[in-house]
Structures are given as C-alpha cells and as structure tokens.
Design a protein around this ligand. Structure first.
Ligand SMILES: *Cc1c(COP(=O)(O)O)cnc(C)c1O
Length: 224
C-alpha cells in the first residue's frame, strides 16, 4: 500500500464531500496521523505532499520530531499528561486535546508564545473518551482567558467507533453547534473557528458536517 495512492484516493473523497455541501477543499487541513508507523513511512507521506502530521504520544512525537527535518506543522492529538507538557509544548504547532484547566495552566507556563489549542469535547458521552462534557464547554473556554499564551482556535472530538451514519452525523453536528455558540461570543482569546473531527472511517461525513481539520491514520499511512 503506497501512501501516494492512498492520498490520491482520500483527496478525491474529500473533493466529493466538499462538492456535495458546497464547500471549498482548501478550507480543510488534512492531518496525517503517524502514530502507528515508522519514520520512513512518515517521510514517504511528506514526499507524497503531506504537510501536517499528528501524533498522540509524547514519545512517538519526539522521536519523529527529532528525525524529520522537513518543514511540517505538528499536531498533538492525544491525551496529554501535565508532566509531559514541558517536553512538547514549544515543539508542537497545535494541541488538539486541551480538556482541563490544570493542563492549560501547564501549557501556558511551558510555552513562550501563543499556542493554538482545540478544546476536546466528549460529545458522545462514552466513558472511555476524554474531553469536556458539552455543557461545560463555554464556561471552560471563557476561563481560558486568564492564560495569556493560549488561544482557543476550535473544538475537537472523536466520534464513537460505529457505522451508524446518522449517529456519526449527530455527533459532528453537535460539535459544530457548540463551535458556533463559542464563536458567537467573539472572545479575543478564543476565535474558535475550527472543527477538528473525522478519522479514517468517518472523514467524508465529518467534512459534510463542517470539519476543517481531519485526522487520518490507518487509511492514509497504514496502521503497522
Ligand atoms: C489514532 C487517531 C486518529 C486516526 O485514526 P485512524 O482511524 O487510524 O484514522 C485520529 N485522531 C486521534 C485523536 C487518534 O488518536
């Protein structure tokens, strides 16, 4: 399986999803999630044209970060333990998994510049998932004002691992509504324009529902 072939296929699906709902393809950032694969495979993805990489663990991120010299944007998409923030905060461009005040405090302390963060929301309410409950999102975002190095650029969610299209749509729609609600507040520290949602199995649905950042691992770079 070649990354280049997969990428072509995914781009075609992205285009079709955009056409369906009258969106522009260039509104969408494709993040290649490289957490399962080697540095070589990651470099193959960059050669194929990928410019955004996502990692979900500190160790995996640092290993790739140290080896990859290309000019790419790094997205941290996994649960971040506060004690590990120090080693990654200044190296990653975007954090997708901000879900608690203690983590925000640590990020704020460990970075010297404004850090773009997505607030992770547990829309589906599954116990196994991280993220804020939808009802707590607005007050949490407002609270972030006190951290001068944090900018809330959007909301992120992981949909349940199911094939039920209607339920997936409902999850993505709920996140879009929450994003609209925060955006309407016009908070200086929280423009909250973006939606990070959609993975290998549901990215076309996510795009139809407004995703601006899709995170694709297995169907793009593979899973081993
Ligand atoms: C692993 C992971 C992905 C990518 O998953 P695939 O199903 O392999 O595309 C996306 N987002 C997060 C947060 C992940 O941990």
């Amino acid at each position: 399986m070649e990354v280049e072939t997969n990428l072509k296929h995914i781009r075609r699906n992205m285009e079709q999803a955009c056409e369906k709902v009258n969106r522009n393809l260039d509104e969408i950032t494709l993040i290649a999630v490289t957490k399962y694969v080697t540095i070589e495979r990651t470099e193959e993805a960059i050669k194929a044209g990928i410019t955004n990489l996502g990692e979900n663990r500190q160790e995996g991120f640092l290993e790739k970060y140290e080896h990859i010299q290309d000019n790419v944007q790094w997205h941290f998409i996994g649960t971040l333990q506060s004690r590990k923030v120090k080693s990654v905060a200044d190296k990653v461009d975007v954090i997708h998994s901000l879900d608690r005040t203690s983590l925000a405090k640590e990020i704020n302390k460990r970075t010297n510049e404004l850090k773009d963060c997505f607030v992770q929301v547990n829309v589906s309410g599954e116990e196994s998932k991280h993220g804020l409950s939808p009802k707590d999102v607005l007050s949490f975002v407002k609270e972030m004002e006190k951290f001068e190095n944090i900018r809330i650029v959007g909301l992120m969610t992981m949909a349940p691992h199911i094939d039920d299209e209607q339920e997936l749509r409902a999850t993505f729609r709920r996140l879009a509504q929450l994003r609209d609600m925060v955006k309407e507040e016009k908070l200086t520290h929280a423009p909250c324009e973006y939606l990070s949602m959609g993975m290998s199995n549901d990215y076309t649905i996510a795009i139809e529902e407004g995703a601006t950042h899709i995170r694709i691992g297995s169907k793009l770079v593979g899973s081993e």
